[in-house]
Design a protein around this ligand. Structure first.
Ligand code: ATP
Ligand code: MG
Length: 633
């Protein structure tokens, strides 16, 4: 292997040559004639003229080499159901689903909205769409009716696929009333709604528009539906961003570029080999689920484990038992799950045989140093933080162990990934930052294969939102703020929205959070900036304590607050000192574990936090409100 540095340089200096080589990883029914079309920046089209199909590459292609290998292992600790599908069986299920969809009129280019819990039928439905050339738009099952309605109106699907219910932490959530309400609210009326009946919701709606999948599956049991060969740049799917910072954007992905980028990432970043087993604990409603539960592991001939349930039910050892039982080699989840596991009995981790596990990957939010150290020490295996967005579809920053095993740096997801011309830039001038200088993380044109092609039916929003925010430069903004050291390691300091300006000093909320979380009493922390007449902005901190009982008295609380403020003083200087440190029992987060700083800041400034679609537990917001109302002790 070349060194990381050479590898990265080659991918930037000659992307055509670099990606022409990588494109050999997938099957092209018709070869492409141009690697990259740069005629209309900031748009880029990869592998122009090539025709391929994601379902063919993920499933059909493996029928020759690994027909009896498990493609999908499904485990639900909510229902106690466990199922295995070989590549042959997965292929058959996808064909049944594709035939059923086709019988309902779904064809190439149509949108199919998938509103499903974590069940195998979700995988069948997504890959059936890929097979037919239909565009799937998966909406996270935790979304409420108004959010679902907004996505129905934006994507204009010809079909919705849903289930009677989801389950979480032992609680059944009926889906059909939510779909019913969303359909009532939406302007667009999809002609059909296909229902996967798990027989979980006894109260499920019996509306006449719901079409049961089971009889269709029987009817099409032996169906074979050929793959539609799509031009590389035709859309494969639309996935809306989490909406942490505002109105969600419909990220449109292509076919060929995505297949090539994911297949390459499995070798260079994830070191996944055909026959390996990968467990990505995320949800199909998020990009990590699209890319690393479904497409990438299957494209590369792995076995993928799909899990419905929480990491702590029936107990905090459940994931480690899965590793032992299924000989899992690669595991991928979010730091928030590891923080949850960290609060569990450490003995649980030692009770399972984890010898099969090679690497743990974490992404989605900052991996704080205490969590990184804890899990790294506990597992004794490499922990690979990787940074990316729904927009990019695959990692932008990581230690790329399949290229060169460089040492990790605590608190940093590593270096720019090959293909990404990643530069930190000064927000006011647009000039590249010197090492150590904070700035916004940007990407140069063209974005590598697999990244968003545009905003769904809104090219202007793609240009205006992503390519027009850095002064004097035509670059893509991630809207994240970071710093790069001499060695190339990048640390994420927060979102550009979260940058605080205290008396003229620019600070990322992440920096203050890291300082606070280094204090032994702190389990979790959120820092937000609020307007201040004197300083422009001040920082407010909200902390969850490891042992709240130990600080029950007012006196103990004030001492702790003073101590925490001192910790920040020591690490960042008095300028970063939070105006107040509030103790709360939990922080408001999205269902994907992202802190809702925007909502906390709104409450702190006495504004309405607005629409909070995916909030994990609304009680957390109430707690923030109460903490804000509590006078200083
Ligand atoms: P929206 O864009 O709609 O506000 P969102 O940004 O939360 O929603 P995602 O695409 O799911 O939607 O999240 C991507 C963001 O998550 C990144 O831009 C970054 O802020 C954060 N992130 C992801 N991975 C990491 C990581 N390894 N370290 C730090 N932050 C990360
Ligand atoms: Mg975002």
């Amino acid at each position: 292997m070349p060194s990381y540095r050479d590898f990265h340089r080659r991918s930037i200096e000659d992307p055509e040559a670099f990606w022409r080589e990588e494109a050999k990883r997938i099957h092209w029914e018709t070869p492409f004639d141009t690697v990259l079309d740069r005629s209309n920046p900031p748009f880029a089209r990869w592998f122009v003229g090539g025709r391929t199909n994601l379902c063919h590459n993920a499933v059909d292609r493996h029928l020759a080499d690994r027909p009896q290998q498990n493609a999908l292992i499904y485990v639900s600790t909510e229902t106690g159901i466990e199922r295995r599908y070989t590549y042959t069986e997965l292929h058959a299920e996808i064909n049944r689903m594709a035939a059923a969809m086709r019988s309902l009129g779904v064809k190439r280019g149509d949108r199919v909205l998938i509103y499903l819990p974590m069940i195998p039928e979700a995988v069948f439905a997504m890959l059936a769409c890929a097979r037919l050339g239909a565009i799937h738009s998966v909406v996270f099952g935790g979304f409420a009716a108004p959010n679902l309605a907004a996505r129905i109106d934006d994507a204009q699907p010809v079909l919705i696929v849903t289930a009677d219910a989801g389950a979480r932490g032992g609680k059944v959530i009926d889906y059909t009333p939510l779909v019913d309400e969303a359909l009532a609210r939406a302007t667009h009326k999809p002609p059909h709604v296909l229902l996967i009946d798990r027989q979980l919701a006894p109260e499920r709606l019996n509306a006449s528009y719901l079409i049961d999948y089971e009889p269709l599956r029987e009817q099409f049991f032996d169906a074979h539906v050929p793959c539609e060969w799509l031009e590389s740049s035709e859309p494969s799917y639309v996935l809306y961003t989490s909406g942490t910072t505002g109105r969600p954007k419909g990220v449109q992905r292509d076919v060929g570029g995505y297949a090539v980028a994911l297949a390459a990432s499995m070798e260079y970043i994830f070191e996944g080999r055909p026959g390996d087993t990968m467990f990505t604990a995320s949800d199909i409603g998020w990009v990590v689920g699209h890319s690393y539960i479904i497409y990438a592991p299957l494209l590369a001939g792995l076995t993928t484990v799909m899990y419905e349930g929480t990491p702590v039910r029936p107990d905090g050892g459940v994931w480690w038992r899965l590793v032992e039982q299924h000989r899992i080699n690669l595991m991928f989840t979010a730091p928030t799950a590891i923080r949850v596991l960290k609060k569990q009995d450490p003995a649980l981790l030692k009770q399972s045989d984890l010898s099969s596990l090679r690497t743990l990957f974490l992404a989605g939010e900052p991996l704080d140093e205490p969590t990184a150290s804890w899990i790294g020490d506990a597992l004794g295996k490499p922990v690979v933080d990787n940074y990316w967005q729904t927009e990019t579809g695959w990692p932008m920053l990581a230690i790329q162990r399949g290229v060169e095993v460089l040492p990790p740096k605590l608190g940093s997801p590593g270096m720019p990934v090959y293909g990404y011309d990643l530069t930190l830039r000064n927000e006011d001038t647009g000039e590249p930052c010197a090492p150590g200088e904070k700035g916004v993380i940007t990407l140069g044109y063209p974005l590598p294969p697999g990244c968003m092609a545009t905003v769904w039916h809104d090219d202007a929003r793609f240009v205006d939102t992503y390519w027009s925010s850095v002064p004097n430069q035509h670059v893509y903004s991630t809207f994240d703020w970071g710093v790069q050291d001499e060695g190339g390691y990048v640390t994420i300091l927060g979102r550009t929205d979260d940058v605080i300006n205290i008396a003229g000093h620019r600070l990322g909320t992440r920096e203050i959070e890291e300082a606070l979380s280094s204090h032994a009493a702190v389990a979790e922390v959120a820092v937000v900036g609020v307007t201040d007449a004197l300083k422009g902005q001040v920082a407010l901190a909200f902390v969850v304590l490891r042992d709240a009982g130990g600080y029950a008295t007012d006196d103990a609380r004030s001492k702790l607050e003073a101590d925490l403020v001192k910790t920040v003083d020591r690490q960042l200087g008095a300028i970063a000192r939070p105006a107040r440190v509030h103790v709360v029992a939990m922080l408001p987060k999205t269902r994907s574990g992202k802190l809702l700083r925007r909502a906390i800041a709104a409450l702190a400034e006495g504004r309405d936090p607005g629409d909070l679609p995916t909030i994990e537990d609304p009680v957390a917001l109430q707690q923030v409100r109460e903490a804000l109302d509590t006078p200083r002790g």
